[in-house]
Design a protein around this ligand. Structure first.
Ligand code: NAD
Length: 387
């Protein structure tokens, strides 16, 4: 069945999603799982640009709306991809579910655990399919890596995770978007934005996390660029954390957007017999030379999975909506990934190690209270000022 799809939000990530649709068409051959029928964004130039790109890539120009609610009334749609700032995920998801649509929600699933839970529960109540687009766990090669890790073929049983990412913004905004630095629109900062990609990956590679400790800080409370001017920002630009996995693995996880001069990064998983260096793309066992991960994981590749992660996400939505396989990147898994981030930030406020279960249940919510307090200011913000 060809599903009529809309994109709500046509900002920076929308091009990768458009590309994902084209790649899915290539992967499936003649079958067309989606028709991109409409786009909605109050920024007319952004919507026009994506419509032109869609016409080139998919052979059809989608209709454009400045208000997604008008689009929901005017178009006969089957599904929507939500590509908007985090504070809007739940309210727009609710309107789409009320209109009977299936949903692909961007990572993070929502700005708070409570909002994420609302999306999951409402989709279930409305009997609509809902997936989270999390490219860090999707795509053929990534799935092959996880299968190889689980078979213990790469490094044996895992023992330690080291994951570091420091980016340099020169006092400006990540991806040129001030909203990412505002608690009331984004939740936490780059630690959340980049961090949920990583925590979702941790869950797939190493299993669930029991508890977390973290220290977080805002080193640069005022940021500026030529397009947007100066903003006082209120979410953290540095988080240094430790994680304890249920399996006994220990993790050291650092994310910072306050780097100056030069960035820094690396991901390694140590095991009882070796180490996988994800940044270097190799694995090495005791007494052996390092070998390319591509070569080691090749026997685990499943050709039925699209190579492109965004294409895989759209395939997951289509399969779920058609009554098929449960998604890898489900709402529940995305919520768990978000809870790890908020457990670290909760610990930074309380000074105590925080169980992930307490964030998921709502028993620990100090950090999320600070998001709720910051939200009202941005509820009706003009997107043009912050995108
Ligand atoms: N999967 C990934 O790897 C990935 C990468 C980047 C961003 N994202 C996620 O995608 C989402 C969007 O990120 P982005 O980088 O494209 O941000 P962006 O700021 O570039 O784009 C957001 C767009 O939403 C539009 N918008 C705001 N309010 C709207 C409304 N009420 N109705 C319709 N459109 C509205 C804005 O005008 C803007 O064009 C976020 O959730 C982000 O975390 C995912």
């Amino acid at each position: 069945m060809t599903m009529k799809l809309a994109f709500i939000g046509t900002g920076q990530i929308s091009g990768a999603h458009l590309n994902g649709l084209a790649k899915l068409n290539e992967h499936l051959g003649t079958e067309r799982p989606y028709e991109l029928a409409a786009l909605a964004d109050p920024r007319a130039d952004a919507a026009e640009g994506l419509a032109a790109a869609a016409e080139k890539k998919l052979g059809r120009r989608p209709a454009i709306y400045s208000d997604y609610r008008t689009m929901l009334e005017a178009e006969s749609l089957d599904a929507a991809a939500l590509l908007v700032p985090h504070n809007l995920h739940w309210s727009i998801a609710r309107d789409c579910l009320d209109a009977g649509l299936h949903l692909q929600v961007q990572k993070p699933i929502a700005i708070t655990i409570a909002d994420g839970r609302r999306i999951i529960d409402y989709a279930r109540d409305k009997k609509r399919a809902m997936v989270v687009s999390e490219p860090s766990v999707l795509g053929r090669n990534t799935r092959a890596f996880f299968a190889a890790m689980r078979s213990e073929a790469l490094v044996g049983p895992p023992t330690m995770l080291l994951d570091y990412a420091v980016t340099t913004l020169g006092g400006g905004f990540f991806m040129g978007t001030p909203w990412r630095h505002l608690k009331g629109m984004a939740g936490a900062g780059w630690f959340l934005d980049h961090g949920v990609h990583r925590t979702h990956w941790f869950l797939e590679a190493l299993g669930s996390v029991e508890d977390a400790f973290g220290l977080a800080k805002t080193f640069e409370p005022v940021r500026r660029d030529d397009k947007h001017g100066e903003f006082s920002v209120d979410n953290e630009d540095c988080a240094m954390t430790v994680l304890r996995f249920a399996s006994g693995v220990l993790g050291h996880f650092l994310v910072a957007s306050a780097g100056r001069g030069a960035g820094f990064g690396g991901v390694r998983v140590y095991g009882a017999q070796g180490v996988a260096d994800l940044s270097g793309g190799t694995a090495q066992r005791d007494g052996e030379a390092a070998r390319p991960l591509g070569e080691l994981t090749a026997p685990f590749r499943d050709e039925s999975i699209p190579g492109d992660a965004m294409a895989h996400s759209f395939l997951e939505l289509h399969q779920l909506a058609s009554g098929g396989a449960q998604p890898i990147s489900s709402g529940e898994r995305a919520l768990e990934a978000l809870a790890i981030i908020y457990a670290c930030l909760e610990a930074s406020m309380t000074g105590r190690t925080t169980p992930i279960a307490d964030i998921l249940s709502g028993a620990a919510h100090l950090y999320e209270d600070s998001i709720e307090a910051a939200r009202p200011q941005w509820t009706d913000a003009e997107p043009i000022h912050v995108s």
